[in-house]
Design a protein around this ligand. Sequence first.
Ligand code: SME
Length: 159
Amino acid sequence: MNGDAICAQLKESMRNGARFNALLEEAVKLVHESVDRFHWTGIYELFPDGMLRLGPFIGAPTDHVFIGVGEGVCGTAVKEEKNQNIPDVTKLTNYLACSTETRSELVVLIRSGKVIHGQIDIDSHEVAAFDGNIEAEVEKVADYLAFHYDARAAQRSAA
Ligand code: SME
């Protein structure tokens, strides 16, 4: 996967007037389609009430539309302020199963320094589907989205 190429496509869409929600949707689509073994890809956004809420996603529908900080892999990423790369989800006791087929999961935070906006969550049916290189490429996309979360916040406070 090539995070820079994905960011370049997203930039082009923004130049052509894409709105923020369309940006998130396109980011999910491009990340999802970049690697065959990504079987579920979505964005959870962190709301001021401390809950993660499911945004755009591709893959099987999940019951986990709201996830509290500290819950499951997604909530742990926020609590620990750290990406989570779980090679075998069957080894976890706090895993929130989205699909029984999922074997590994990667959560990359969308963050601006200490401020966490949300996360990109990817599930795979394969064990250990995510290496450090993939994490770094997903991080490029997450950083690009973080830049637009900041821009949106600045616009809102200026309004
Ligand atoms: N497995 C996640 C829940 C989200 S689903 O994978 C889409 C977790 O444990 O937080």
